[in-house]
Design a protein around this ligand. Structure first.
Ligand code: SF4
Ligand code: SF4
Length: 473
């Protein structure tokens, strides 16, 4: 844990240093310290409400969207088939995925270096679903955080059974809905509907997969909760190496807040913090942000709202807990773009341009042509020679496509072994075998260069280079 310059500004003996020894959600005896979070209210929480609303609409509706009969997004990992923005990507497009992955990692690192853990609090599905859906259901069924604490201590009476039972049934049904949506991202909505309508015995594996993910989501949102962010998530563990003193983060202005004192004991020498613990009560990871920047902080901004509300009530300026860098708080420096941020930004721009070029130059029909191995040329009547070729053509579109092959740089003939092969099946790898027949007078060396044009509806879509094997000259 990093406490920044907090220690300098306050009397160390006043500090409860136990947060250094264990995470806030574990008691001294090593037991789970359950977080009963208070419902925040304020401008950041209102913004998160709007944002999460749009987020849920997008999450549940994207698998339903189709463009020209193609899913807008489908990530079928088991079959190695991916549809992004209604374009099919195959394992052969691996380079695009690799560059896309690197670009995403650089983006996340750059984002973290500048904006801290804001991604965790505002974008990560774990936090958005936990805080903006499951936690809200919990408040709705079990009441405020104090009522939840009372219910927790209460014996198992009718009220407790009904409330706890209602909550867990709702959580389970929601988890089932989320697991189905995930399945729709993998199979596409048509694939999911097919599984639903066909006999259960034909899709046993998928059914058990669905049950597994339902239980997984249910356990995560009902029991594991903030432990995912504070202990399990590797991105969370990496924060320490990505933060510097210019990184923006949710932070307590210890210069202004300390020495803290209860409102009844406020003296002219006291800081602005009235030690009301409102910021701790709303924290979904159960930490006290006044102890300094901690890895458990997911940057949800709930404590900013809570403290601002207190400041308004006691007629002090808001922003005792604020979104700022350590240098801003300790030295009053405004945000500036440091060298590390500049380097990451340049790298990100280069990767984005490279990625754009790769996607723009990607063919929806990809052809690989090679001469059949181990075969020499064949002598034909009328002073002609032939070579046998194989072509592998991936039709990445969702329609059958008719194509034509033409020799571009030399007079000669392309003779298909079967004309049917020129009708490419949709979303499939099509294999073609054909002869190229040349006049001997066109051949002046052992290997003659060939350019083979691939045409669709009379328009050239690709040119492939190959060679024609002739006799020694
Ligand atoms: S300290 Fe504040 S920003 Fe960080 S997790 Fe807790 S409430 Fe959210
Ligand atoms: S909410 Fe603000 S005033 Fe209250 S304890 Fe937290 S920092 Fe201090």
């Amino acid at each position: 844990m990093n406490t920044g310059g907090l220690e300098e500004s306050k009397n160390k003996s006043e500090l409860d240093q136990s947060y250094r020894d264990r995470v806030s959600t574990v008691t001294e005896k090593g037991k789970r310290n359950w977080v009963f979070a208070e419902k925040p209210k304020g401008k950041f929480y209102t913004l998160r409400n709007y944002f999460s609303f749009a987020y849920f609409i997008a999450f549940f509706s994207i698998p339903l969207i189709k463009v020209n009969g193609m899913p807008f997004l489908m990530l079928n990992f088991p079959e190695g088939k991916f549809i992004i923005f209604s374009k099919i990507f195959w394992p052969q497009d691996f380079i695009i995925f690799a560059v896309g992955m690197i670009t995403a990692i650089v983006f996340v690192v750059l984002f973290t270096v500048i904006y801290g853990r804001l991604f965790c609090g505002w974008v990560c599905p774990q936090t958005v679903f936990m805080e903006m859906l499951f936690r809200k259901i919990e408040w709705w069924i079990e009441g405020s955080y104090t009522q939840q604490q009372k219910l927790n201590k209460a014996p198992w009476n009718t009220e407790k059974i009904l409330k706890r039972g209602g909550k867990h049934v709702t959580f389970f049904l929601l988890s089932f809905l989320i697991a189905n949506t995930f399945l729709a991202y993998i199979l596409g909505i048509d694939g999911l509907l097919k599984v639903i309508h066909e006999p259960f015995s034909e899709h046993l594996l998928l059914f058990f997969g669905l049950l597994f993910f339902t239980f997984l989501f249910y356990c995560v949102f009902a029991f594991v909760r903030e432990i995912v962010c504070t202990t399990i998530c590797p991105y969370g563990r990496l924060q320490g190496v990505m933060f510097d003193k210019d990184t923006m983060q949710v932070a307590y202005d210890y210069k202004r807040g300390e020495p803290r004192a209860k409102i009844s004991a406020q003296l002219s020498t006291a800081g602005d913090c009235i030690d009301c613990h409102k910021c701790v009560h709303v924290c979904p990871t159960g930490i006290d942000i006044r102890n300094g920047i901690q890895m458990e902080c997911v940057g949800c901004t709930a404590c900013i709202d809570a403290c601002d509300e207190v400041m308004v009530k006691i007629k002090k300026p808001v922003g005792l807990i604020l979104y700022a860098s350590e240098n801003h708080i300790s030295k009053g420096h405004k945000f500036h773009f440091n060298n590390r941020m500049k380097a990451y930004s340049i790298l990100l721009i280069i990767l984005t341009i490279f990625m754009t070029v790769l996607i723009a130059s990607r063919h929806s029909i990809d052809t690989y042509i090679s001469r059949v191995k181990g075969q020499l040329y064949q002598e034909l009547p009328e002073n002609k020679l032939s070579n046998l070729f194989n072509a592998k053509i991936i039709n990445k579109t969702n329609k059958d496509v008719a194509i034509e092959l033409r020799l571009e740089n030399i007079a000669g003939e392309i003779k298909m072994v079967s004309q049917h092969q020129l009708h490419l099946k949709k979303e499939a790898l099509n294999q073609l075998t054909f002869f190229i027949i040349l006049d001997k007078k066109e051949i002046h060396k052992r290997n003659t260069e060939l350019k083979i044009g691939i045409y669709q509806n009379g328009a050239k879509i690709q040119t492939i280079n190959s060679t024609f094997l002739g006799p020694f000259m």
